[in-house]
Write a protein that binds this ligand. Sequence first.
Ligand code: ATP
Length: 269
Amino acid sequence: MAAAATESHQFAPPKVLTYNPATTPPLLISQGAEGRLYKTTHLSADRPCALKYRPPKLWRHPILDARLTKTRMGGEAKVLERCYRAGVPVPALYAMDLAAGWMMIEWIHGMPVRQAINEWLGERPETILDPADQVDETPLVELMKRIGTVLGSLHRTGVVHGDLTTSNMMLKEKESKGNDKSEAGSKKYALEGDVVLIDFGLATQSLADEDRAVDLYVLERAFASTHPRAEKLFTHVLEAYRVAFKKAPSVLAKLEDVRMRGRKRSMVG
Ligand SMILES: Nc1ncnc2c1ncn2[C@@H]1O[C@H](COP(=O)(O)OP(=O)(O)OP(=O)(O)O)[C@@H](O)[C@H]1O
């Protein structure tokens, strides 16, 4: 949940947020165990950005802590740049200071895919796939396909995300959505927009089918538990992935094995 004003933060924000006169007062967007995310601006007031900050961990040896921050955040920045250059939809990297533990990335206007789907499903009957309901699930199917296409481009680039969930994808707002303010218009456009992947903190570079399959499996499981009413539509993600990515057939065959292992593990307990 967004919390305003620097003063109320439990720990001081990084200096970059206080010494640069062109920087807009930071808004704390999220706070996790390892880091915080602020909304601020980069270079000019009309260029919003997300600032990811990993504050020093006082319980860790300072040299080890600095090394960990450099490795993890440096790895995340490297992956972001690689994806951006290859045309995978990710936020652009604006600036970073690994020694100080922060990086500034493009602000994506929109909402997490998780929220967009839940708001859209909120108005639907319990099982949206029941033909008797005559619910037009086309917008959600189209969104699933866009997710599959983006994942195909991610894996083609040689990157696995490591933490795929619908919270780690943003639905980038489209201009048309902003122009049509009517209720019908906002429903019609609720699931429109480009899917942008975020949070590459656990990403790695890999070309292995196994890693790619596990990436898809993690999303499949997360999707089933976050959006149980739309679980059956996940197949559209995999279909679009198959179309977008030449090596998909062997990844999807591997996904079968990964699922099997997952089922065995849950039977054993
Ligand atoms: N580039 C961005 N533009 C807009 N909002 C963003 C951006 N990056 C992150 N967010 C928002 O901030 C939230 C947290 O971001 P992110 O997941 O990258 O941080 P995190 O601290 O690693 O979080 P987590 O604890 O979920 O891993 C996201 O769910 C999203 O709502």
